[in-house]
Design a protein around this ligand. Structure first.
Ligand code: PLP
Length: 406
């Protein structure tokens, strides 16, 4: 790393630092309080009571009742459980409605179901516009008597764009269709209240809100038909077999309590930092474009395309300063493909390739934002000096350079 010994972590949509208060809550359950929560003896029983308390903490953050919370191993398991459960509830129905910008946890499950059942399941993937927003008329038109479940993410992991899931769930309910939302990126960042909601299933992941990796939760509305995906013991009231991941569940509970306490003040501060970062980058760097609707967005996320260069190169240069971010491309089999989210939004290849996502958390500071604002313009200018696409578009030196993906 050049000139800085520390990490400037701005990749919080990928994962977050476990909060020290979360670590402190978990520690006794690794060493002294190691009983099995299902045991009859007092020693195990106190662990069981702590899990019950964690369930209440998770429920409180989203305005749910504690018996509506099932602990899982991750957001992906919660997503799969919800969608598969909904399909089992209506075996005669074959249609799933989702979007073109879902996380692979839902996107690949739908593709897998399609293949596994010999295309017996029909999947409608709703398009988004240039701002990453859905058209509700198109949504309503997509629903049919054959639709078993709608699965639409609450907030997009790449752009932070928020979908109107409450309204979409009400529409689904009026048609007798179950509604699942992947709220992995939304929980803890924006207020959620399931008490006033028509949503049937909601997925949570611990490591996106300062709890450990490898723990999640699924909200299942009371009286909604449910079929377990992990079948075994009687844990989680028979809804998810397997001895509980006790320490991580306790950590998730503590993280939810912290998120609830910080919701207003801290998320407001994070939003200010994000806006300072975004406005600074857009004003200092030419040909920089924000991806995603300006207002209808999570407070912590900015996704910016720097035209005519590659996101991966930007990340490597940022890494030299200890700055952690993500790009909107995935390196698959040697070729850099722009993300399915940016492609669905119609971001041109020359911009989609050069996209960078910076996602903040309560641990970021103004000093860190200013550090990134200081380093980024030089990095972009240097990479553009080496880019034939930038040269041809800005200096008239064409030389037959085509974007590799066009
Ligand atoms: N859904 C969204 C929107 C995500 O961002 C992620 C993780 O990146 C997941 C689901 C998967 O969560 P987990 O890593 O806990 O399986």
């Amino acid at each position: 790393m050049v000139g800085t010994p520390r990490v400037v972590y701005m990749d919080n949509n990928a994962t977050t630092r476990v909060d020290p208060e979360v670590v402190a809550a978990m520690l006794p359950y690794f060493s002294d309080l190691y009983g099995n929560p299902s045991s009859m003896h007092t020693f195990g029983g106190q662990v069981g009571r702590k899990i019950a308390a964690a369930r209440e903490q998770v429920a409180a953050l989203i305005g749910a009742e504690s018996e509506e919370i099932i602990f899982t191993s991750c957001g992906t398991e919660s997503d799969s459980t919800a969608i598969l459960s909904a399909l089992q509830a209506y075996p005669e129905k074959r249609h799933i409605v989702t979007t073109r910008v879902e996380h692979p946890a839902v996107k690949h499950l739908c593709e897998h179901l399609d293949r596994l059942t010999g295309h017996k399941h029909r999947v409608t993937r709703l398009p988004v516009d240039r701002d990453g927003l859905l058209d509700l008329n198109q949504y309503e038109a997509a629903l049919s008597d054959d639709t078993a479940v709608v699965s639409v993410m609450w907030a997009n992991n790449e752009t932070g764009v928020i979908f109107p899931v409450e309204e979409m769930a009400r529409i689904a309910k009026s048609r007798g269709i179950l509604f699942h939302t992947d709220a992995v990126q939304a929980v803890g960042k924006i207020p959620i209240n399931m008490a006033d909601s028509a949503i049937d299933f909601l997925s949570i992941s611990g490591h996106k809100l300062h709890a450990p990796k490898g723990v999640g939760a699924l909200y299942v509305r009371k009286r909604v038909p449910f079929a377990p995906m992990v079948v075994g013991g009687h844990q989680e009231q028979g809804r998810r077999g397997g001895t509980e991941n006790v320490c991580s569940i306790i950590g998730l509970g503590q993280a939810c309590e912290l998120a609830q306490a910080r919701m207003e003040d801290e998320n407001g501060r994070v939003r200010q930092l994000r806006d300072r970062l975004e406005e600074g980058l857009l004003s200092k760097i030419p040909n920089a474009i924000r991806n995603g609707h300006r207002e209808q967005r999570l407070p912590n996320t900015t996704n910016i395309s720097f035209e005519f260069i590659e996101g991966e190169s930007i990340l490597l240069h940022l890494d030299q300063y200890g700055i952690c971010a993500s790009s909107g491309s995935a390196c698959t089999s040697g070729s850099l493909e722009p993300s399915h989210v940016l492609r669905a939004m119609g971001v041109p290849y020359t911009a989609a390739h050069g996209s960078v996502r910076l996602s903040l958390s309560v641990f970021n500071t103004e000093e860190e934002v200013d550090f990134v604002l200081d380093k980024m313009p030089g990095i972009i200018a240097k990479l553009r000096e080496m880019s034939p696409f930038w040269q041809s578009s800005h200096k008239g030196a064409v030389g037959g350079a085509n974007c590799p993906c066009e």
